[in-house]
Write a protein that binds this ligand. Structure first.
Ligand code: C5P
Length: 407
């Protein structure tokens, strides 16, 4: 039986009929040796009582944000930071909406906003609420923020309807908790990983620029995965609209030239991964005034080539031990990638098909092929998060044997 001894869980109970199942969840966690502190939302108090939960957990149950005694004994910030993991069960549509938007108007939502720990939610609601575009959006936002989700399961609900919306069973929630709390290997502890992501913006005049559709999602996911493996993760990012990944240092840039300078400034590093969709060209002479329609036809722009950041870093004296490039191709994907591997002097190219119907640009999934001197390895379609995790694990393996040989 996997133990949770020495681990502390803050369980936040939302107001839904599934709240009754948290009694069993608390019992299971306690059996495994976890310390369990509990916050009841106001609505949850209608379904379960602080007294029963205090008896099961052996700890005081917190219910109100403005209890002076509670604040003196254990402030709400400390309450959420003292835990190793926050679990929200049942996570109601309302509580998840608050989390997704950073609202903090009661103890439950304040603890969730104040934490720097991992969060697991076990949603439970009516099937129509679960399928509502607002809930779908909120759950997506939470996932992007790094919140883990268990369930909901399909089945008959208390309201008599059938479909997804039933809270995961206590043993399923416990399994997710055990998985999240198990000690993770940190093979990249003490290593520095620099990642480029997003598009670049090349100005034409003060109001116009040349750019592309890169969302930055893959690069952001890689930075997060590198940080999860213990690396000092530096994310040199073009303009994107993504939340800042936890544990990652983001260095915002706009142009290719700025991205190159920032990367050079971050050297030396152990690994560099170039996912950015750098504009190939920039306007030779950026106009300092807004270009006007003159009546004599459109202006002609002279473009000049941007520096190739990957190739420059790869050939520099401070070359990281492992250099990884990405190749977005629309045809003959691996063939072009193999050529790129040679031309750019990198150790690995992660090639993907970005043809119009692949859904890669801006989407959440990616089908990649790893091209190295050893050959081509095809990966199945995966989420961008899974590609990131698998790739970082692979790079950590590549780095560590080199390190051992050098010792
Ligand atoms: O040549 P292409 O743009 O297809 O190469 C893609 C790879 O090179 C990506 O890893 C990209 O981040 C990197 N790159 C770069 N600087 C450029 C162009 C591409 O770092 N100017």
């Amino acid at each position: 039986m996997t133990t949770l001894a020495g681990k502390s869980v803050l369980l936040i109970i939302g107001g839904g009929i599934a709240a009754y199942k948290t009694h069993e969840l608390v019992r299971l966690m306690k059996t495994r040796g976890a310390a369990v502190r509990i916050i009841l939302s106001k609505a949850a108090e209608q379904f379960v009582t602080p007294l029963s939960l205090a008896s099961l957990s052996g700890e005081k149950v917190y219910t109100s944000l403005f209890s002076l005694t509670d604040e003196v004994e254990m402030g709400h910030i400390q309450l959420s930071r003292a835990a190793d993991l926050l679990v929200v069960a049942p996570a109601t549509a309302d509580l998840m909406a608050k989390m997704a938007h950073g609202l903090a108007d009661d103890l439950a939502s304040t603890a969730l906003l104040a934490t720097d720990k991992r969060v697991l939610v076990a949603p439970a609601m009516n099937v129509r609420m679960w399928r509502h575009p607002a809930t779908i959006r909120n759950v997506e936002t939470l996932k992007l923020d790094g919140v883990a989700v268990v369930g909901p399961n399909d089945g008959e609900m208390a309201c008599g309807e059938f479909g997804p919306g039933r809270m995961a069973e206590p043993n399923e929630i416990l399994a997710a908790i055990i998985d999240m709390l198990k000690p993770r290997a940190q093979p990249l502890a003490g290593k520095k990983v620099v990642i480029t992501a997003g598009p670049t913006r090349e100005p034409i005049d003060p109001v116009r620029f040349i750019s592309n559709h890169s969302s930055g999602k893959q690069g952001y996911a890689i930075a997060r995965a590198a940080a999860d493996l213990g690396a000092e993760a530096i994310l040199v990012s073009g303009p994107v609209s993504l939340p800042l990944p936890p544990g990652v240092q983001v260095m915002p840039v706009e142009t290719a030239q700025e991205m190159l300078e920032m990367c050079e400034g971050e050297m030396p590093a152990d690994i560099a991964i170039f996912t950015a969709a750098v504009a190939d060209w920039r306007v030779a002479a950026e106009s300092h005034e807004k270009l006007k329609k003159t009546g004599s036809g459109p202006p002609s722009l002279t473009l000049i080539e941007n520096p190739d950041i990957l190739a420059t870093i790869s050939r520099s004296a401070k070359r990281p031990r492992i250099v990884v490039g990405f190749a977005a191709e629309t045809e003959r994907v691996t063939e072009h990638a193999a050529q790129k591997l040679k031309n750019k002097g990198c150790d690995l190219i992660v090639a993907n098909d970005v043809s119009r119907d692949s859904g890669v640009f801006g989407g959440d999934r990616n089908t990649v092929h790893l091209v190295s001197a050893a050959g081509v390895e095809d990966w199945p379609p995966l989420s961008k998060d899974d590609v990131a995790q698998k790739l970082m694990e692979r790079l950590a393996q590549m780095l560590v044997p080199q390190q051992k040989a050098a010792e």
